[in-house]
Ligand binder design. Structure first.
Ligand code: SF4
Length: 355
């Protein structure tokens, strides 16, 4: 579907004005050739492509188009894929909370996103109807956090917390910041790149809470760091909020050393520290994005020695089934020798074999 389309009908000089959410809208924009195939995917998984992302799509199969344009392959679930790949559901003590690690908890105040990524690990749950926690549900979630003094860090995720109105986000952050044992707040968002206009001064002001707050922005390709995205990030950074980057290693999007280098350099240029590069989670219908771990390791190894250490994220796998996140390499040492960035081997002083 759509692979033979050579240009986005949006690229006619005028900026696209609205978020595309339906097969009809995608077809009218020239982003899909087979409207019915797109409709079949849309019936199962949410679709949204913001004007900011539409403007970056020159072809449906380019790195931005692949991330957001529905594809018939999404309707085929591979045997190893699962609706809840990282085991959120089994680790949810109350609605909206995921408790996987002793000192941290995830709070998902809503399941709405500005865009819907075709590789999303929560694709079975997120969507425009995925809803927002009711006031009572949010109170229950906050009470759970208050009752668990081992929780030192709360990570707001979703969905995308930056879709909340600034007043609501500010109230939520204020309530979390007031919990005595919560030392650290974190927000995971795609909004600064996907819909930068939402990052208003009021939204940035809502982040100005007493406890330390870190923002983690999800971006997968250098071109996502547009001038508008960088300006949105600056508004957040101007409030003293440090910003980290997280990305997913994706076939056809960033699966080359050059693409990853450009992405991480674009992050640093936007004052964003690359934090995690995620191995793709096996969510249903996402196999076309998979890059084997061995290949991911080779790509990252190719970058070491070529870019600043500041530009290198940790390559991680969220072990399917809810077993947590672990670094997966590359590995430079067998404990007796160490490999340099160019492949040379050197003995490790004080290694396991040393007396
Ligand atoms: S922004 Fe995040 S949660 Fe939302 S669709 Fe994309 S990957 Fe999924």
């Amino acid at each position: 579907m759509g692979a033979h389309i050579t240009a986005n009908a949006m690229l006619d000089g005028s900026p696209p004005a609205r978020t595309l959410r339906t097969a009809d809208a995608l077809a009218a924009a020239g982003l899909v050739a087979d409207r019915d195939a797109a409709a079949a995917v849309e019936a199962r998984y949410a679709v949204a492509i913001t004007p900011a992302m539409q403007a970056l799509i020159a072809h449906p199969d380019d790195p931005i188009g692949r991330q957001f344009i529905p594809h018939p392959a999404e309707l085929v679930t591979a045997p190893h894929e699962r609706a809840d790949p990282i085991g959120d559901d089994a680790l949810s003590p109350v609605k909206g909370i995921v408790h996987r690690y002793p000192d941290r908890a995830l709070l998902k105040p809503l399941l709405v996103c500005p865009v819907y990524c075709r590789f999303c690990f929560r694709r079975a749950h997120v969507g425009p109807d995925g809803g927002v926690l009711t006031a009572a549900e949010l109170d229950t979630a906050l009470d759970w956090l208050r009752a668990h003094p081992a929780i030192r860090e709360v990570i707001l995720s979703g969905g995308d917390p930056f879709v909340l109105a600034p007043r609501r986000l500010g109230a939520l952050l204020g309530a979390l910041s007031a919990i005595p044992h919560v030392e650290l707040l974190r927000i995971h968002t795609r909004v600064p790149v996907a819909d930068p206009g939402r990052v208003t001064e009021s939204l940035a002001a809502a982040l100005d809470v007493e406890k330390p707050l870190w923002l983690v922005v999800h971006a997968n390709h250098a071109s996502e760091f547009t001038p508008a995205a960088r300006a949105a990030l600056r508004r957040v950074q101007a409030r003293g909020v440090p910003v980290l980057g997280q990305s997913v290693l994706l076939r056809g999007v960033n699966d080359s050393a050059a693409a990853l280098e450009a992405l991480f350099r674009a992050m640093l240029a936007a004052r964003v520290k690359p934090y995690y590069l995620h191995q793709l989670d096996p969510a249903p219908g996402t196999a076309r994005f998979a890059v084997p771990i061995a290949e991911g390791r080779r790509l990252l190894a190719a970058l070491r020695g070529r870019v600043s250490g500041l530009a290198l994220p940790t390559y991680v796998l969220d072990i399917p089934g809810g077993h947590g996140k672990v670094p997966v390499g590359p590995v430079y040492t067998d404990c007796e020798t160490v490999r340099d960035p160019w492949g040379g081997r050197h003995p490790v002083a004080g290694g396991e074999g040393a007396e």
